[in-house]
Design a protein around this ligand. Structure first.
Ligand code: GRE
Ligand code: ZN
Length: 330
């Protein structure tokens, strides 16, 4: 399929390159190539997109970057710098890229202001944040279901832009889980568990009853949630202290979009389509951590209807990200 929009494609600035999680066991030359690819937003990246039939990439920082800068003022300043750099890259190729803002949620008030600046002044289409924010020390976590984040969510809802909750690793205090099995940290497993749990916290907090228009995007075919939320909702209904107008299964269908990033697996896609519907799924590769060609070869031939392929490959993202596209795509 030509004309795809891919929504979880990463970049990094030179000053943030050492804040990226280096997967355990990556070969040094592989990591060097990754760091180079992340910093390049010109011909190499565009050629990779062209070969895969991707017309537009929604570009965001890699992980954890801003979320791991424990001084809120420094995190806020570095997020603004990264957003300015991304705006330059988008300006150089305005028909190929749109921006998703990095936000220092270490300081929710400042983050709301930065999102507003990014949307209103830089033309960004939403935010992408790498899980919980650490404040004051690397072992700390602020999760976004806290009361203190309600004014931030109010601003997101008012701006009407999506918020991509991208993975990061769990806190060091939870590492007993992975001790001796460090290969399970990062994208192999820990990213998904951490992100799915963060989503469940937000769902159980009643955030989406309060702001029913909020739209959260999650990657990797929904971080297992399409296959888990019915059980969560059913069991929560037995806990009297939980009083939700809408439980996690309903919220996943109405307040979340899921993407195919890094999870090019047909039974998982078909299961996710049965659970949330084709209108709630978006194509993504996860460049450069995944091979765009592999993502596209899989997606272009996966056994779904032409109408669903077009929705997932392009139209849903265009609507969600406010991308003005013509109809002429085969
Ligand atoms: C990703 O986005 O998938 C990712 C990162 C950083 C390290 C590994 C990884 O952002 O897979
Ligand atoms: Zn990613």
């Amino acid at each position: 399929m030509r004309g795809k929009i891919a929504v979880e494609e990463h970049f990094v600035t030179p000053e943030l390159k050492d804040t990226i999680f280096g997967s355990i066991g990556w070969k040094q030359e592989e990591w060097t190539a990754m760091a180079d690819a992340l910093q390049e937003t010109g011909e190499v990246r565009l050629a990779d997109m062209d070969a895969a039939g991707i017309e537009i990439a929604a570009v965001s920082l890699a992980a954890p970057c801003i979320q791991d800068i424990v001084d809120p003022a420094e995190a806020t300043a570095k997020a603004a710098d990264a957003n300015d750099a991304l705006a330059d890259a988008v300006r150089a190729h305005p028909d190929r890229y749109v921006g998703l803002a990095a936000l220092a949620l270490q300081d929710p008030g400042a983050a709301a202001g930065e999102l507003e600046r990014c949307v209103n002044e830089l033309g960004f289409r939403g935010a992408l944040v790498n899980g919980y924010s650490s404040v004051g020390g690397l072992g700390t976590a602020r999760y976004y279901d806290e009361e203190a984040y309600l004014p931030f969510w109010e601003r997101v809802a008012a701006l009407g832009v999506p918020f991509y909750l991208h993975p990061r690793n769990p806190l060091p205090t939870e590492r007993r889980y992975y001790e001796g099995r460090e290969a399970l940290l990062g994208p192999t497993w820990a990213f998904t568990v951490e992100t799915a749990t963060h989503c469940q916290r937000m769902m159980v907090s009643g955030l989406f009853d309060r702001f029913p228009e909020l739209q959260i995007v999650i990657g990797h075919m929904g971080e297992l949630l399409p296959f888990a939320v019915e059980r969560t909702e059913q069991r929560l209904s037995h806990i009297p202290s939980v009083t939700l107008e809408r439980g996690p299964a309903e919220v996943l269908r109405e307040n979340f979009f899921i993407t195919t990033s890094g999870n090019f697996h047909t039974p998982s896609l078909l299961g996710a389509m049965l659970q949330v519907g084709a209108d709630r799924i978006l194509f993504a590769a996860d460049y450069p951590f995944e091979r765009t060609a592999e993502a596209a070869e899989w997606f272009d031939t996966v056994p779904i209807s032409a109408a669903d392929r077009r929705k997932i490959g392009r139209d849903n993202a265009a609507r969600l990200l406010g991308i003005d596209i013509g109809a002429g795509v085969s």
